[in-house]
Design a protein around this ligand. Structure first.
Ligand SMILES: *[C@@H]1O[C@H](CO)[C@@H](O)[C@H](O)[C@H]1NC(C)=O
Ligand SMILES: *[C@@H]1O[C@H](CO)[C@@H](O)[C@H](O)[C@H]1NC(C)=O
Ligand SMILES: *[C@@H]1O[C@H](CO)[C@@H](O)[C@H](O)[C@H]1NC(C)=O
Ligand SMILES: *[C@@H]1O[C@H](CO)[C@@H](O)[C@H](O)[C@H]1NC(C)=O
Length: 482
């Protein structure tokens, strides 16, 4: 209301002045961008990451071959804010009030950057959803549920002969927490078009298989929890390019000083969540950022994910190998004895970490040079968490049995097709994602044969010291006994 009367007065009294000001200040309406930037790292909605894929769900045919086994890692869909995010994101309510106050007070450090009235109105209507509290923290959203169902249906349409109604053909793996078990429910509901709760489906929840990284102490200490993992991200965030983004955003919102980088990140997270929860809605928090701003924020996300789960650390291969080993063993069993028909379909409900670690171990999307703070822009053109691990990300391998009659240029009776987010992964020596079984063995021999998780129990930095102290204690004890 205040807004309206303010504008009315302006029109009556200052219209000519206002026009001059408008022409000068070129308010930018970022909410009405025709092609908004929608890649937000691991919080990207599947359809935005998926762009360019012809949206057909026709059966996937490989001439001369018949699919005999299907292995899939499937990430959950969008979820509520995590418990450690809720407080910060809820604080955006106060920030919103400040921004609107800035706007009303004509608080302009630089009149070339400022939100347009439509964007301010949009922001004014934004409310924090009280359901996003600790009780429901991290839970799969209803949108996440539906997108998972749809994906399961799409797989079924692509592999009708393999993904049948026969429940005994399947093996499902998922964790016991809400996001994973609900994803299992959504996925099976999509497959079988009926609630799976009452049905006895073959399932496992061996966490060591589902989230091997959680059990790898060396990885947890030296990679996940090690702040050196964040060095490149932090370097990038203290670069001029990043700081300029913070300045531009602060100016646009009417602040006379640069906002805290963490506050800018909170707005970014809220924008990403909003676009994942409802891909058709315009988020006022996205309208705070320009294309260029969003690309910088995405790159910072990539720098973190690359060192935690990608090629940035050698340990990542040692952990991700568990998934590749599982896939190879699954296919080998079918090849060794074709009368073993079950399970033909293995589906693992994964997290972004699992998907990225598995891709790391498979050596897919290896960038030509490492991602660093200095390789912006473009450093992430090959390795990008937005396109590799969006919500509902999936990594699939399908084993085919082929007839070798020379008609289809197939050299090996068994072929494997690799798909990531339904698109072929190009491995060296393969054709558009399709590899001879012998080639697959060559590609993954090293990673599978050395996959013993020995690296996970190597004493960490404190280890040698502790050992030496223990030896001294033992010596002293022996001496005193003598
Ligand atoms: C979260 O919200 C729901 C529904 O509004 C409510 O029932 C629940 O008690 C709330 N939980 C907490 C921890 O506030
Ligand atoms: C790592 O993080 C801890 C806790 O935030 C901090 O105390 C420590 O100084 C950091 N170490 C380095 C090398 O940045
Ligand atoms: C910030 O604004 C300046 C001045 O308009 C512009 O040159 C620069 O490219 C902007 N930076 C970003 C990150 O958008
Ligand atoms: C293959 O599996 C079937 C069913 O489990 C079993 O009866 C048969 O002995 C196996 N054949 C070989 C060669 O291992």
């Amino acid at each position: 209301m205040l807004m309206l009367s303010f504008q009315e007065n302006m029109h009556r009294v200052f219209l000519p002045l206002l026009l001059v000001a408008l022409v000068r200040s070129q308010d930018t309406c970022l909410s009405s961008e025709e092609e908004p930037y929608l890649l937000f790292g691991t919080k990207t909605a599947y359809i935005f990451a998926h762009k360019g894929l012809s949206n057909n769900n026709r059966a996937h045919e490989v001439p001369g071959c018949k699919p005999i086994a299907f292995w899939l890692m499937n990430r959950h869909g969008s979820h509520n804010p995590e418990s450690n995010e809720i407080k910060e994101l809820q604080n955006l309510e106060k920030l919103k009030d400040n921004i609107i106050l800035n706007y009303r007070n004509h608080n302009l450090r630089n009149s070339n950057h400022r939100m347009c009235p439509a964007d301010v109105n949009l922001l004014e209507r934004w409310l924090w959803n009280p359901r996003h509290n600790q009780t429901f923290a991290g839970d799969l959203t209803s949108d996440g549920y539906m997108s998972t169902q749809q994906l399961a249906q799409a797989w079924r349409q692509k592999y009708p002969g393999l993904l049948t109604d026969n429940r005994h053909d399947y093996l499902f793996r998922f964790s016991n927490y809400q996001r994973s078990s609900t994803t299992f429910r959504a996925f099976t509901e999509g497959l079988f078009k009926t609630q799976a709760d009452g049905i006895d489906l073959p399932k496992e929840n061996d966490e060591k298989h589902i989230r091997p990284y959680k059990f790898c102490n060396t990885w947890v200490n030296n990679v996940e929890q090690n702040n050196e993992t964040l060095t490149q991200r932090e370097t990038f965030e203290s670069s001029l390019e990043y700081k300029q983004m913070v300045t531009n955003v602060s100016q646009r919102l009417g602040f006379n000083y640069d906002m805290e980088p963490q506050v800018v990140r909170n707005m970014y997270q809220m924008c990403a969540y909003n676009k994942a929860w409802d891909v058709t809605q315009i988020s006022p928090w996205c309208a705070v950022f320009s294309h260029e701003d969003l690309k910088r924020l995405e790159y910072a996300e990539d720098l973190e994910a690359y060192y935690k789960y990608g090629y940035g650390s050698d340990l990542n291969e040692k952990v991700g190998c568990v998934y590749i080993k599982d896939m190879m063993a699954f296919f080998q069993k079918h090849i060794d004895n074709e009368s073993i028909k079950r399970p033909r379909v293995s589906v693992l409900m994964a997290e972004a970490a699992g998907i990225l670690l598995a891709l790391r171990a498979s050596n897919a999307y290896r960038p030509t040079s490492p991602l660093t703070a200095e390789t912006y822009p473009g450093g992430n053109s090959r390795w990008s968490s937005s396109t590799m691990a969006p919500y509902n990300a999936n990594f699939a391998a399908i084993l085919y049995k082929c007839t070798l009659n020379g008609k289809f240029q197939i050299n090996d009776k068994y072929q494997v097709l690799f798909l990531e987010n339904e698109k072929p992964i190009s491995f060296e020596g393969c054709r558009v994602g399709l590899c001879d079984w012998s080639r697959v063995n060559t590609l993954f021999a090293n990673v599978v044969n050395s996959c013993d998780l020995k690296a996970c129990n190597v004493a960490t930095r404190g280890g040698p010291c502790v050992a030496i102290i223990l030896m001294i204690v033992v010596l002293i004890l022996k001496i005193t006994r003598l």
